[in-house]
Design a protein around this ligand. Structure first.
Ligand SMILES: Nc1ncnc2c1ncn2[C@@H]1O[C@H](COP(=O)(O)OP(=O)(O)O)[C@@H](O)[C@H]1O
Ligand SMILES: [Mg+2]
Length: 441
């Protein structure tokens, strides 16, 4: 069990706020964020204070406690990457009104290394760790996908044009492997340059529409996913984990009318709100449930494409972080207050992360434990309680069973090794082998 981590980040004033001579109504100290309502009479101007897992002050870069892109990576990004290396699913989800700094935190600015966001930094450091050769015997496989949800339709941002339409992909649920997008292109990457190339392509394909609040604001939700598989032999036995890192840049959380949107944009706004409304409903339901462990409630994941795809990340098998982005300006008081309240609620969500072991490897591990147990039983002198209980079976039967178990273990392990060797030719990066590309068969 692990609660969802929640961080809040405040950006500097934008041009519009500066030209309007806005006041900064946000204050941060340690992990606390407080907000003042300038419209209240002076005597009522008591700040409202919230406590989060982290509060990032990025309002003024000349401040000594200014939180840079690198600082956010070292806190949230590194935690996410560590979870993936430990075999867990991980997720970072940026929430907030249009123009509050979601894309800046997630993607950052491509033309400046210093201003790169979490997605490029996590990807870069993933390969740095692999190539540092820390785990010499480990082989890794990384695959990425990048999709956009626009008007409740899923679009593949990485599919090459000649492969035909990929505007309205279907979301499905597999009884064993969970929710997935049918026909979403998966791209094997063996170094950061591969990721960089895909990010450039995907970002170019993202639907953008200008609104009065933010010229380049995106009206869509984007999910960048890294599937990360680690395989190695430990004490002559296979070990293999598969983790999924979901990096989510949500569309603006404001009401469609607050940005002066009309016509087609209003329709988009309506659908964006449908996804976000469901997102908020899911968070509320999960937050309620955490208080009453025994009471199971219906969680409306399937009411929107976004929440269905993020089912594992919200209340499920994942270590999840919600990054709430806010404006510092008094003119955005209502939206900022709503973001802060929402983020406060999200803190209550309890997830159930588990190490995602490969099913065949799990079988091998269980079989190994069983053989070990039988051996102990055989060794225990006299008639142990357990043996008596099981009315065991003669010693010969035990020896026979151990033999069968060991042979099966051997077969399964060899099968696994063979499979990894053949996969390696196509997709694996071996620890310590810098920038080496394996040829595709
Ligand atoms: N922490 C920050 N420091 C400097 N500039 C920022 C910061 N956060 C956002 N900005 C700038 O504010 C503008 C809006 O941010 P953006 O990330 O596009 O918002 P959103 O994705 O939430 O709509 C962009 O020009 C961005 O570069
Ligand atoms: Mg954006």
């Amino acid at each position: 069990m692990a609660s969802v981590k929640v961080a809040v980040r405040v950006r500097p004033f934008n041009e519009r706020e500066l030209s309007m001579d806005c006041k900064c109504i946000i204050h941060m100290q340690d992990n606390k964020t407080s907000i003042v309502n300038q419209h209240q009479t002076l005597s009522h101007m008591t700040p409202k204070e919230f406590v989060y897992d982290a509060s990032y002050w990025s309002f003024d870069h000349t401040d000594s406690h200014y939180v840079s892109q690198l600082d956010v990576y070292q806190d949230l990004g590194k935690m996410t990457l560590d979870s993936a290396f430990d075999g867990y699913n991980a997720c970072v989800c940026a929430y907030g009104q249009t123009g509050s700094g979601k894309s800046f935190s997630m993607m950052g600015l491509a033309d400046s290394d210093q201003l790169q966001g979490l997605i490029p930094r996590i990807s870069k450091n993933l390969f740095c760790t692999i190539n540092s050769g820390q785990c010499q015997q480990t082989t890794y496989r990384c695959e990425v996908s990048y999709l956009e949800i626009y008007n409740e339709k899923v679009r593949d941002l990485l599919r090459s044009k000649d492969k035909g339409l990929s505007e309205n992909l279907k979301v499905r649920e597999h009884p064993k492997t969970g929710v997935y997008v049918q026909d979403l292109s998966q791209h094997t990457v063996v170094n950061y340059d591969d990721v960089d190339e895909l990010l450039t392509r995907g970002n170019h394909n993202r639907t953008v529409a200008s609104t009065q609040m933010n010229e380049a604001s995106s009206r869509s939700h984007a999910i960048f996913t890294v599937k990360f598989c680690q395989a190695k032999m430990v004490d002559n036995f296979p070990s293999e984990t598969i983790s999924k890192i979901n990096l989510v840049d949500l569309a603006g959380s404001e009401r469609a009318d607050s940005t002066g949107a009309t016509g087609i944009r209003l329709k988009e706004g309506g659908n964006i709100n449908k996804s976000l409304l469901t997102f908020i409903n899911v968070i509320s339901t999960l937050a309620d449930m955490s208080g009453e462990q025994t009471k199971k409630q219906y969680v409306p994941y399937r009411d929107s494409v976004l929440t269905w795809l993020l089912k594992d990340s919200l209340g499920g098998n994942s270590k999840t972080v919600i990054l709430a982005a806010i404006s510092p300006a008094d003119v955005n008081y209502a939206e900022t207050m709503s973001t802060l309240r929402y983020a406060n609620r999200a803190k209550n969500i309890i997830n159930k992360p588990t190490v995602n072991e490969d099913p065949n490897v799990k079988l091998i591990r269980e079989l190994r434990a069983e053989v070990g147990r039988l051996k102990l039983l055989l060794e225990s002198s006299g008639i142990s309680a357990e043996r008596a209980l099981l009315q065991v079976q003669s010693e010969e039967r035990l020896v026979e069973e151990i033999g069968v178990g060991e042979r099966r273990l051997n077969d399964l392990t060899n099968e696994w090794k063979y499979q990894k060797d053949s996969e390696k030719e196509v997709t694996y990066v071996k620890s310590g082998e810098k920038e080496e590309k394996f040829t595709k068969i």
